[in-house]
Design a protein around this ligand. Structure first.
Ligand code: FES
Length: 100
């Protein structure tokens, strides 16, 4: 299902923004003209990934340093071993949409 999240200009480059979509919390990264979207919840102990930071195409959890590939959701550094869900996110006429 397609949801409109915001305008592209509302997202600052190289930042992580948290959105609530119903009961889901989604983290959105706009970095180097690329959009990424994934669950805003670390699979280790559920810290919000939107409080973390990015390193290349990875997001780093602020609590214990687990890393996830933002393109695939794959857990690439301990202590997380389970992947996060990623979502299709795209821009159309300046609006940002996500499919969940
Ligand atoms: S809650 Fe994310 S690494 Fe522990």
């Amino acid at each position: 299902m397609k949801h409109k999240l915001c305008r592209l200009e509302d997202l600052q480059n190289n930042t992580i923004t948290a959105f609530n979509l119903g009961d889901k919390k989604i983290a959105v990264v706009y970095k180097d003209n690329t959009l990424y979207a994934f669950d805003d919840c670390c699979t280790h102990e559920e810290c919000p990934l939107s409080d973390g930071y990015t390193e290349g195409e990875e997001v780093v959890c602020p609590c214990h340093g687990a890393k996830f590939d933002m393109r695939t959701g794959r857990a690439v550094a301990l202590p997380a071993v389970e992947d996060v869900n990623v979502y299709h996110i795209y821009e159309e006429d300046g609006d940002v949409y996500i499919e969940i």
